[in-house]
Design a protein around this ligand. Structure first.
Ligand code: ZN
Length: 174
């Protein structure tokens, strides 16, 4: 998944406004960055197992949630951060084909092969995440242009991603 991950980060901000936005974006992107790190370290064949399998995202989630809990003492927010990291794998099962656990099957709907469907599904995730975020703002802030621009920018970003998937179907992240 691409823009949909950012939609999930926005929903997290809507649920728990005390969590900094950068940390929520880090939480949604961490498995992809872990994948790139393992991949560029020379283990391209196993990088998804180390970054996107269910045990991997559980470990990555705890790596963010434990230090956050240690500094904030907010167990609900720390749990939300862990859940958002795990959501990355779940969201990627919709768009790609990802490992489940060592020795387990690869599963996924592979929406990247159907860019129109990918745009619709990720667009819905972005809009729902944005609505949850917007609801958490003070009423006078909800109609302001930065809030609207955010949604437009995310949808354009996703459109660009979906179009590039249709133009370059074999594109690989690493
Ligand atoms: Zn991913």
């Amino acid at each position: 998944m691409y823009g949909g991950h950012i939609g999930i980060a926005l929903a997290g901000k809507g649920f728990k406004s005390t969590i900094p936005m950068w940390l929520l974006v880090l939480a949604t992107q961490l498995p992809d960055w872990a994948d790139a790190a393992v991949c560029s370290a020379g283990s391209a064949g196993t990088s998804e197992m180390w970054s996107h399998s269910l045990p991997a995202v559980a470990v990555l989630g705890l790596m963010l949630a434990i230090p956050y809990f240690a500094s904030s003492r907010d167990i609900a927010a720390a749990s939300l951060i862990a859940m958002i990291v795990v959501s990355h794998a779940v969201a990627d099962y919709a768009t790609g084909l990802k490992p489940t656990w060592p020795g387990g099957p690869h599963i996924g709907l592979e929406l990247y092969h159907r860019p129109m469907m990918d745009f619709v599904v990720e667009g819905v995730v972005i809009v729902i995440g944005w609505m949850i975020y917007r609801r958490s703002l003070a009423p006078e802030k909800r109609q302001t242009s930065p809030v609207t621009t955010l949604l437009v920018a995310l949808m354009l970003l996703q459109l660009a991603a979906s179009v590039s998937f249709s133009l370059f179907p074999g594109i690989k992240k690493c």
